[in-house]
Design a protein. Structure first.
Length: 150
């Protein structure tokens, strides 16, 4: 029988790998977004590869969507709910159980989609504002250039 050893990383190693500060990692722990896999009182925080991947995904979502920490927490909770429902689906044996799982999954996905669509709308509005400013600047530039008399 072979045992697979799980590699653990200290907080500084994780911070360097992900490109954030140890303070940010601790704050994410306080918000419930991330938990050190192992931590004995007085010992260093230890993280697994799964923890590192989760943190990388959280940072990617935060940066990609420009989420507030509150929104990030909500999105992470929704992802966890979806993962739990997927596990239930895999273990379910009846259509009735699966129908219940689908009914529970729909509002979770709707919540995530609402967040994404809200971000899309704000980005679209901002792009529209910038396009208007750019048009205005092009018009102003054309007005300021002297007419050629070649």
């Amino acid at each position: 029988m072979s045992f697979q050893t799980i590699e653990h990383y200290r907080i500084g190693e994780v911070a360097e790998r992900v490109g954030i500060t140890t303070r940010t990692i601790r704050y994410y722990e306080e918000l419930g977004l991330l938990g050190a896999t192992e931590r004995v009182k007085g010992a260093h925080r230890l993280y697994t590869e799964t923890d590192v991947k989760r943190l990388e995904e959280l940072i990617r979502l935060r940066d990609l969507l420009g989420l507030t920490l509150e929104e990030l927490v909500g999105l992470a909770e929704a992802e966890e709910a979806r993962a739990a429902l997927r596990d239930q689906w895999d273990e379910s044996t009846t259509d009735r159980e699966r129908a219940r799982i689908v009914d529970e999954a729909i509002p979770v996905i709707e919540l995530q989609l609402e967040l994404i669509r809200g971000r899309q709308q704000r980005l679209s509005e901002f792009a529209g504002e910038l396009s208007g400013k750019l048009r205005s600047l092009h018009e102003r530039r054309a007005e300021l250039r002297p007419a050629r008399t070649d």
